[in-house]
Design a protein around this ligand. Structure first.
Ligand code: AMP
Length: 285
């Protein structure tokens, strides 16, 4: 695995690979890698000649400075985890991704996709995600990009970006990897206090509750009950929304929607965790 920090260097290497007609698969990450990231990398490895992982803590997608500052970083450990599966690790500086004087901003109206869930709770977040992924796609020009279902709204918005801008890349969405107790793997889990970590699987339990009761209770009743379940001491659920998986609009009659997803964000102490589960329909995206 070659570690590359400069955009121009990466472009040079990938140009050579492309001339050999090799397929390029790309996994964007913010580092502090775990088995969840690795599952994306393995899926990419199985279907591409060249695997490239980026590690870049994108300042433009953090709406809270504390979250950006405290985001875990351990490049040496990340390298050890992925070195046997990747050809290139791209770990650029902020200047490489947002060079001064260059207009790197993509115009895309995502208003209809950010009216609920993460949108209102993290102003500017998805605009930042769209910007960085668009920049990466322009630099790397991969044939495929791999993202996790864990960040449901995120992959949907990137699917929209690819579609609207007719970008020549195929998006693959991989299932959420969980700890043994059901907690979705996340780089932020490292910041949980042990007493909070022990109880954090309540998030998975609340999502399962929603799935099991979709036919017996109304959507409103489920959402209310889930919020109650999540309101443990020092746990603050921000939302628990049952929505149409494509429009993110509230569901009232479950029969009218092909795919329904429950999405939630919970403050556990000072760590914000998100998770989701498909309640109805096919969960292959
Ligand atoms: P991040 O480093 O948090 O930006 O995540 C990079 C990619 O890994 C995103 O596409 C995430 O959705 C995905 N990812 C994060 N956690 C998991 C998980 N537990 N299972 C599967 N994919 C994940």
């Amino acid at each position: 695995m070659k570690t590359i920090k400069r955009t121009t260097t990466l472009e040079k290497y990938l140009g050579i690979e492309r001339k050999k007609k090799l397929n390029i698969g790309f996994i964007p990450t913010m580092g502090a890698l775990h088995e969840g990231h690795l599952s994306l990398i393995k899926a990419c490895r199985a279907n591409n000649d060249i695997v490239i992982v980026s590690i870049f803590v994108n300042p433009k997608q953090f709406n809270q400075k504390e979250d950006l500052v405290k985001y875990p970083r351990d490049l040496a450990k990340d390298k050890t985890l992925i070195k046997d599966y990747c050809d290139y690790l791209f770990a650029p500086s902020v200047n490489q991704i947002y060079p001064n004087g260059k207009n790197t901003k993509v115009k895309l109206n995502i208003d209809h996709l950010i009216q609920s869930m993460e949108g209102p709770n993290r102003p500017g977040h998805f605009e930042g995600v769209v910007q960085v992924i668009h920049r990466f796609l322009k630099i790397i020009k991969p044939d495929s990009i791999y993202m996790g279902q864990k960040d449901f709204q995120q992959f949907s918005i990137i699917a929209y970006l690819i579609n609207q801008k007719s970008l020549p890349v195929k998006l693959h969405v991989c299932p959420t990897k969980r700890e043994r107790d059901g907690l979705a793997m996340s780089s932020r889990n490292l910041r949980l206090a042990p007493k909070h970590r022990k109880k954090s699987n309540i998030i998975y339990q609340a999502l399962n509750f929603a799935k099991e009761h979709l036919k017996q209770l109304s959507v409103k009743e489920i959402e209310q009950k889930a919020i109650e379940m999540l309101s443990l001491k020092e746990f603050k659920p921000e939302y628990f929304d049952i929505v149409d998986a494509y429009s993110f609009k509230t569901v009232s009659n479950i029969k009218k929607h092909k795919v329904i997803v429950a999405c939630t964000a919970v403050w556990v102490g000072n760590v914000r965790l998100i998770d989701n589960m498909i309640l109805k329909g096919e969960d292959k995206f």
